[in-house]
Design a protein around this ligand. Sequence first.
Ligand SMILES: [Zn+2]
Length: 761
Amino acid sequence: MGKLLKKTLSVLLALAVVVTFTPMIGGIATADAATKLSAPASFSGTASSDKAIKLSWSKSAGASKYIVYKNGKKLKTISSASLTDKDVKKGKTYKYYVKAKKGKQTSKATWTIKVKAAKNGNVSSLSVADNSKKLAAGSTAALKAKLTPSKSIVSKSVTWSSSNSKVAAVKNGKLTAKTAGTAKITARAHNGKTSAYKITVVKAAASIYTNGKIYTVEGKDWDKKPQKAMAVSSDGSILATGTDAAIKVYANNKTKAVDLKGKSVYPGFVDSHVHPPGTAMTELFEIDCYGLMKAADTLTCIRDFVTEHPDEAIYWGNGFNMGMVDETGNPPTKEWLDEICPDKPMILTSYDGHSLWLNSVALKACNITSESKAPAGGRIQLGADGEPNGILTDASSLVTLTHTYSDEQYREGMALFMESMNGWGYTACSTGGNGALKQAVDMDREGKITMHINYSSAFDPEDVDGSIAQLEEFAQYAKGAKNVKVGAMKFFTDGVVEGSTAYLLEPYTEGAGMGSNWTSAPKVDADTMKEAMLKISQKGYQIHTHAIGDAAVRQTLDCIEYAQKNAGRSDYRSAITHLQVVSEQDKARFGDLGIIAITQPYWFLKEPDWYDTVDELVLGPERAWNEYPMKSLIDHGALPTASGDYPVSSVNNPFWAIECGITRNLENAEYYDVADITDMNDTTWLLNPAERVSAKTMIEAYTINGAYQMFEEDQIGSLKSGKRADFIILDKDPMKINPLEIDSIKVLETYKDGKKVYENK
Ligand SMILES: [Zn+2]
């Protein structure tokens, strides 16, 4: 009974009279027990506001009426078991009791209660309501509590407090979120009732992106579950990805809100083998033949440059196509250049970087004659007269004329390089050499870098110790830079197929013009390479190797295996790039050794003006058909990354490569100046469809795998809380459209560290 009383009078107001369990029965005595009248079993009073007190009691068996007394005077006789007394004044205490009545019989026992007409009424229950559990720093919110029984008194009768006012302060029913952290927010009614909730204050976003398709490339099923929204911090990191509602929490009134209108967002792309500054130096300062596939266009370009720059002492240029031929089907020679420039040296580099094209004056100036010897793995092409015909392949060391740029020119070149890369959707890269490394580091320290770069330093087989010393010197120079580091040594195991300098297990065909026994040779002997790779592995650097022929790939695997077995580390991420001809029996070694296969999917087709005249001609139909494996390498455990080898692919648009990786077919008819295809199985340009991979694989190659190759997967490569906000917004979704249309995808905007570094206008 005592417990029941407390419960009934939980409004905390005083109970004046304690009643025994069985009320005394009084009044007129009667013999019949059934007619006995009992007092109510319980009685309660609540001040529901400062103007009324509500009384109620349990019905007594047999009672027809109740007499309610107030301060000793009869207040009212009533037949129901409740009564609201409105004749009260706030702050005053009233004493009530009730008697049961039946006919003339009155129960003697009474319940008595004291109720104070409280200032703000009595609250029987209090709960916090509709308050955000998560708020962005710098935002405010009105606090709400729900009280019963009264609603009208809520604002006056509740006080709020915060357990940590540095995180969240409360004042006048308003909460101000201050800094990231948690706090307990408590509501207290005037009568002591409390209710609390935990609030998490999150860092405010500098910008939020909502209503999009955000492919985070996090987790196995990222392709099936794009997120809707993303919040980006002012420090350039990602705060969160999630639903629109979950991300809007990160906004305060200074946050920039971007409606993506359904567009797709991907992590910024990583090019895993690029040569900075790409075509920039050529675009800015030299004869620029990149992208010109035909001889006539190339010669016009050269002639125009000479006309516009009559005073150059030496003409340098880049980007010519080794596969081009004149009307009679002949490849380029010195005579083509002599006709345009008979009196000054002219030296052009092919777009793959492996061949040089010199006019007669340049050959003479460098003293290159029929007696000259090519360096290991290199070649001096001879004409019908037995004299050098102007084409050198993998023999650039024979060129003694030098070409230097100023620091300022390199900076201009790097700026243009990054602008181009950002425009194609890249925010990171691994390099295949140390071009403009110093300028990149300097610009990084000045905050002028819009790419995350992992440089490699070129290996010189003639000077192993010197190469390692230079790598360490570069790494030291870049130490502490935010975006640029030097982490790898770049080896060349062989040359290129088009120069017949790729190192093959079986001889080239007669079509290569090198007789029937020509396999070419490695640029560096296996023993030198093994020891060098071991040394750089021991020092904690990464191996990044160019290998094109199957013999070169095998030698590279042998050397990497040796280095990894003996260097005593656990995480090497050794990478091999190009991988044009790979022996079936070597494929499993990629998985065994954890090799990263750096692919160039741009080349995964029977390239117009190339496949017939170069690859198929010199390799023969079978090796050419099976060139550039991707799927079979992945099936054997290789981790694929992707690249354009820019400036080798002079238009480094990753969507061309993604399309080509998926279709192994023509990806941009306009670029090649041929008729387009409408069916990805059209056989005109189709190259071995068994090596096709999915769009998902291509995207991973260009994002998270590329980041892994850079040892930066905890920073970039996917869109995840804490990682850098490097991302791109696309006009079409490569995961959803017809693969043959992927090459038409446009990068609308590119962001590095949350800042817009490119906008398609
Ligand atoms: Zn390269």
